[in-house]
Design a protein around this ligand. Sequence first.
Ligand SMILES: [Zn+2]
Ligand SMILES: [Zn+2]
Length: 281
Amino acid sequence: MLKISKRIEIIKSLLDENTNQSLTYAALECRLTLEYICYERFKLSCSYLSEKDLNGWRPRDVVKQMSEEVDEDINKGFTISVCKHASGDKVPKTRTEYESLEYNYLGEQSALKLNRLHSLWQAISNVALHIPIPNIKSEELNIYGNNEQISKKVTDILKFLSTLNGNILMGGSRGETFNFECFFCETPIKKPFKYLASASIVNCINPNCGESYLIEPDSENEFEITRRVIKFPCHNCKLDLEIPSNTFNNLRFRQVLNATCGNCNASTDLIMSPMIKENIQ
Ligand SMILES: [Zn+2]
Ligand SMILES: [Zn+2]
């Protein structure tokens, strides 16, 4: 877990130096720290969400999506305490019964105000880490931003960081999960039941695997898993070649994909090109 006090110390000393270079470096340290804070929360639960499932790459968006699809507590603040419970003890049922037990404090997770974090992350880059694109009204280009503006934003970020004094992070899903193994690479894939929609597309969490699946509830309240593939007949033996649908996501117009038949070893080229469909009135 990132030691925030150490990060604050580094950023403060750069701020105190108060030169163009030290302030720019302080800004960079601030931005990296904010990104680390987000990604360390994401990493704790990333076995539930593939990088390919992410809707956005910005640190705030990654944590937000994780809180909506895996664990709603990921950005919340809470305290954890534990108590002894022998196997023969009566299992508490009500809140009063739980509260009457004797607890030992374990630690706390700091709440992460994602919108505030995002606006600071963006603001520090704007004032210190980019040179604005010039136009006909621009004055001289400058390598460094305005010292006063940078100092102010760095101070705002130090204030934000000082509120993050939790000493634990909790990840993963605490509810029941739907589990299966990827057909191709055998990586275990887990999805919390409560976030499985009526039909969900789930990518394999192995970054080197292109497989994805459609998970749909069936008539017996179970879930049906369908591998997402596009089928083409082999020109030689006529058996179907099954290509993972994701393979086509990044192909460009007229790009060629070569496929070898697993049955007869014949080679087939697939060429990306527009398809015509007639709309019958
Ligand atoms: Zn896989
Ligand atoms: Zn074949």
